[in-house]
Design a protein around this ligand. Structure first.
Ligand code: HEC
Ligand code: HEC
Ligand code: HEC
Ligand code: HEC
Ligand code: HEC
Length: 346
């Protein structure tokens, strides 16, 4: 008797469970689909209020943080004579500003630029590639495409809507990985914590008459690999206006540089330092502000390093200073009292 009742009850509740499951599945699908086209991070707030608030800290904090890197070192404008960078070059700021800063820069205001510029500066880029096709988009100009882009970066740059798994949305990285024989769809989770950033934080160039955006990493990620790739192609970014030399300007090879360092060797990823776990609004999350780790050395570094956070920060600043000194030829020259390394005329 008991058994019969139990069976009846199970049978009776089956449709209910089915309806609930289908409903839930449908809802997830709907969420995924509606968010897939949601290029405005604000539209993700209903489902992920804490993460959107975390991301938007960059907007609030960086409102007045233009940092002129040409004024900081006047030699830069001269080094880039004839290249758009001679007009304006600033320190980067929060991802929220990626499109705003691009369209306001004198580099796009006063010089023609290719549409490929939006690849890393617009949440709409993947949808526009799907709509127009990669080759058509690349062949357009920035001025033609800029009315179609509104948000610098959004959640779907790095996440699959629906299950929020990390994902590669940018074609130039997919192409670069494939050219190295790597399958972009089968990366390990740890590797994805670098690939999401390597979609944008890399050296790039515009190839051929069709201005295709390409990452020059086919031969590997070292400076020699990249230089060799450019030499074989006979590529240069521009001809220097004062010396007539054909030159390449490396952009922001954060991924390539990181890959050569001690942290990558120890499998420490970009996310470990730039998006550490932090307490925020009463819970623990992956930090979505995405900024300098030196602003929170305790959270960003001290899970792995022992000793005092302040000492590690000072050590990092010393390494930066050393690199700056190597770059600043003038400073090196004045440090060489005998001047024997300075063979420049005058
Ligand atoms: C492969 C991705 C990528 C492409 C393509 C790209 N950018 Fe960027 N851009 C970045 C990243 C990453 C930063 C921030 C890092 C940095 O500035 O060091 C940045 C920073 C900037 C900035 C702010 C800092 C500065 O340099 O003044 C401007 C403006 C900018 N880019 C304009 C452009 C223009 C114009 C183009 C096309 C010629 C372009 N970007 C193409 C990734 C890209
Ligand atoms: C630049 C890439 C990037 C962007 C843009 C980004 N995320 Fe993330 N997000 C990550 C990474 C990396 C993790 C850690 C997940 C991992 O390692 O598996 C993460 C984790 C999460 C998680 C899981 C919970 C947690 O705290 O770890 C949620 C939810 C999330 N992100 C929501 C968002 C939302 C909402 C936005 C848009 C406001 C967004 N993300 C934008 C990279 C990104
Ligand atoms: C879709 C392209 C894109 C992706 C993906 C991306 N970035 Fe960026 N990132 C940019 C651009 C563009 C800027 C410069 C925005 C500006 O200055 O207006 C930037 C700026 C930054 C800055 C400087 C912020 C500051 O306040 O100084 C850091 C740090 C950074 N990104 C780290 C990362 C890390 C780490 C990842 C991966 C988890 C990542 N980014 C993924 C394009 C991207
Ligand atoms: C071991 C920690 C660590 C790892 C791993 C790491 N970074 Fe950084 N990153 C730093 C520190 C420290 C700075 C310097 C911040 C400062 O000077 O305020 C920095 C600076 C930056 C900047 C700002 C540069 C500028 O011009 O202001 C960007 C962008 C960036 N990193 C991106 C990345 C990306 C992308 C990866 C992975 C490929 C990565 N970082 C891996 C610690 C790290
Ligand atoms: C996930 C773990 C992890 C995180 C997070 C991390 N590190 Fe490291 N760090 C390491 C490991 C592992 C090494 C390599 C140790 C070795 O090879 O002896 C290292 C090495 C270093 C070195 C020595 C580099 C050299 O040339 O000898 C410095 C400096 C350093 N880290 C600074 C930092 C700073 C600053 C941060 C935060 C922005 C940070 N680390 C975050 C694990 C980490």
């Amino acid at each position: 008797m008991r058994e019969r009742w139990a069976r009846l009850l199970a049978l009776a509740s089956l449709p209910v469970v089915l309806v609930l499951a289908l409903g839930f599945g449908w809802q997830q699908l709907q969420r995924g689909q509606s968010l897939a086209s949601a290029t405005d991070p604000e539209l993700w707030r209903r489902l992920y209020p804490v993460h959107v608030a975390s991301y938007m800290q960059g907007r609030e904090h960086d409102i007045d943080t233009e940092h002129d890197r040409l004024a900081e070192n006047p030699f830069r404008a001269r080094a880039w004579a004839g290249l758009a960078f001679e007009l304006e070059y600033n320190a980067p700021r929060a991802h929220y500003y990626a499109q705003i800063d691009q369209r306001n820069s004198l580099r796009t205001q006063e010089r023609n630029q290719p549409a490929g510029c939006i690849h890393c500066h617009a949440a709409e880029a993947p949808a526009l590639v799907a709509e127009l096709g990669w080759d058509t988009l690349n062949a357009m100009s920035f001025n033609d495409i800029k009315t179609r882009v509104h948000h610098g970066s959004s959640c779907a740059d790095c996440h699959q809507p629906g299950n929020m798994a990390l994902t590669i949305t940018r074609p130039a990285l997919r192409n670069a990985l494939q050219s190295q024989g790597i399958d972009p769809d089968n990366a390990a989770p740890e590797q994805m914590r670098e690939y999401v950033c390597a979609q944008c934080h890399v050296e790039y160039f515009f190839s051929g008459d069709g201005n295709e955006l390409v990452f020059p990493s086919e031969n590997g990620l070292t400076l020699d690999n990249i230089e060799g790739f450019y030499d074989a192609l006979g590529f240069s970014d521009w001809t220097h206006a004062q010396t007539g030399a054909d030159l390449v300007k490396m952009q922001h090879p954060n991924y390539e540089l990181h890959s050569q360092g001690p942290h990558a060797a120890a499998e420490v990823t970009c996310v470990d330092c730039h998006m550490p776990r932090v307490p925020f609004q009463g819970t623990q999350i992956t930090d979505h502000w995405i900024r300098s780790p030196l602003q929170q050395v305790q959270q960003a570094c001290m899970n792995c390093h022992r000793g005092e956070a302040e000492r590690l920060a000072q050590r990092t600043l010393r390494i930066q200073q050393h690199t700056d000194d190597l770059l600043a030829a003038d400073r090196v020259r004045t440090q060489r009292a005998d001047g024997c390394l300075d063979r420049r005329p005058g």
